[in-house]
Design a protein around this ligand. Structure first.
Ligand SMILES: NC(=O)c1ccc[n+]([C@@H]2O[C@H](COP(=O)([O-])OP(=O)(O)OC[C@H]3O[C@@H](n4cnc5c(N)ncnc54)[C@H](O)[C@@H]3O)[C@@H](O)[C@H]2O)c1
Ligand SMILES: [Zn+2]
Length: 448
């Protein structure tokens, strides 16, 4: 009571049931047992659903043993831990039968705490905590050292890395996994990992059975390729990305997309395969070269613009946490990219056009996104200062006509009409049609 459950449940934007709304408070006049029995029925019904749903549970529901058993079996239980004083301030003066007297309220609060502590899978303080818990993302400085307990399950682990990351953080990861480490594998560095040849080799080298977990330690190329191997090996086994680059921490390892490339284009073969858990240790970024950091900052700025909050101003740990929670919330609401997730392509239609015109050489994705963000902001009549200051994008030398043709071919284009994500006054909008003249003009401004 007074923990802010309803506010947070609504903020998640997922289908949401308030059990209290279906259990008439008047039942309390017939005594608490009648109320609890009806409440247990409601909880049972909701937890039978196949579709994920956020259940906003009355504070006393867990005093019923049947409810506790159902929750243990069917739910991720998040405990919103608030101070007694805060909770009381919120409920004081309300008509809730159990919140009429401070001393009674305090007694209940103290009685229930151990039950909550025992039942909770996660203790949360804010919406981000809840999103991260539900998405299975663990963000914590130093979490690499706790890898053994953080990789769900008891089965053996196959550690997959790239030569560079393996040289820097591989030994720490191996030590942390201890007795769970069954095998280690190396993927080639960079995009070379995202080829059928590399994944075929990994498939053939893997010795895990279905109880095993692939742990992907590295940048986005490693997590994409190892995640795809996990999605396909033995028809799909569990995996845990441990992203080490900023791109991978805030973007590639979040949302369950895995992929390899084809000669025809990037990420053309893949699978949605949500990790069993994602373990993010911001301390790993300390060894990341500055240029790689800037690659990730392009996605951080993108996320901050979409969220309307300056994520880029935060210190590392918070910057990663906010960016991750922002993307994870969208992906939870739209796991298979059928709707809302499209907004994450802000700046990307232009970026892809520039990358394609350069044959993916001599321009990095982050630099292309930085330029794409400029164009998207200009088309949205927004100030571009943030992008200029944080990402310092310089126009690229590519053939303008080739870039334009690539943009028209972009997979988001319908009937040759490029569509864009723009920022409106009330948030981002995807699928916006812009006149060819305006789109071409903005594209040309990005080219040296
Ligand atoms: N699946 C998705 O949703 C998604 C989203 C965004 C990007 N991606 C993919 O991610 C890939 C790009 O990821 P990336 O930029 O991380 O590339 P990457 O994996 O090639 O890593 C970049 C470089 O940084 C090195 N590195 C990584 N972590 C390090 C560390 N802690 N210290 C020192 N060096 C480190 C790597 O060895 C590599 O040389 C692309 O293939 C892209 O398609 C996927
Ligand atoms: Zn991107």
């Amino acid at each position: 009571m007074g923990a802010g459950k309803t506010t947070i449940a609504r903020a998640l934007g997922l289908p949401h049931v308030e059990t209290d709304a279906d259990v008439p408070i008047a039942l309390f006049d017939e005594g608490e047992p009648a109320f609890r029995a009806r409440e247990a029925e409601v909880v049972r019904d909701v937890l039978q659903r196949v579709e994920p749903v956020v259940v906003d549970l009355g504070g006393g529901a867990v005093t019923t043993p049947e409810v506790r058993a159902l929750l243990e079996e069917r739910a991720i239980v998040v405990w919103l831990d608030v101070d007694l004083a805060v909770a009381w301030e919120r409920v004081e003066g309300s008509d809730r039968p159990l919140a009429q007297d401070y001393d009674d309220f305090k007694r209940l609060y103290e009685e229930r705490r151990p039950i909550y502590a025992d039942l909770a899978d996660v203790v949360a303080r804010d919406v981000d905590d809840v999103v991260l818990a539900v998405a299975g993302v663990h963000v914590e400085r130093g979490s690499l050292e706790r890898l053994r307990e953080l990789v769900p399950g008891e089965g053996p682990v196959a550690l997959v890395s790239d030569p560079r990351v393996s040289g820097i953080h591989g030994m720490d990861a191996q030590l942390a996994l201890g007795a769970r480490l069954g095998e280690t594998h190396e993927l080639p560095a960079g995009e070379e990992a995202k080829t059928l040849t590399a994944v075929d080799r990994l498939w053939q080298d893997l010795r895990l059975d279905r109880s095993g977990t692939i742990v992907a330690l590295g940048g986005g190329c490693t997590t994409d390729a190892a995640g795809f191997a996990a999605a396909t090996y033995l028809r799909g086994i569990a995996w845990t990305p441990v992203p080490t680059s900023l791109v991978a921490q805030v973007d590639a390892a979040i949302g369950g997309k895995t992929a390899i490339d084809l000669p025809q284009g990037k990420n053309l073969v893949g699978a949605f395969h949500w990790p069993a858990r994602t373990v993010i240790d911001p301390a790993l970024l300390q060894t990341l070269p500055e240029a790689q950091r800037l690659e990730g900052m392009a996605e951080v700025v993108k996320a901050g613009l979409l969220a309307g909050e300056p994520f880029w101003e935060l210190a590392d740990d918070k910057l990663v946490r906010r960016s991750v929670a922002f993307k994870a919330a969208i992906c939870l609401r739209d796991p298979h990219e059928r709707g809302e997730r499209a907004v994450l392509n802000l700046g990307h239609t232009f970026a892809h056009a520039l990358e394609a015109a350069a044959d993916y050489e001599g321009i990095t994705h982050g630099r292309a996104v930085a330029l794409g963000l400029l164009a998207a902001l200009r088309l949205s009549d927004r100030d571009t200062a943030v992008v200029e200051e944080v990402l310092r994008p310089q126009p690229v030398r590519v053939d303008a006509e080739r870039a334009w043709q690539a943009m028209k071919r972009d997979k988001k284009a319908r009937g040759g009409e490029p569509r864009f994500v723009l920022l409106g006054d009330d948030g981002p909008r995807a699928g916006v049609v812009v006149s060819e003249t305006a789109a071409r003009r903005e594209l040309d401004r990005l080219i040296a």
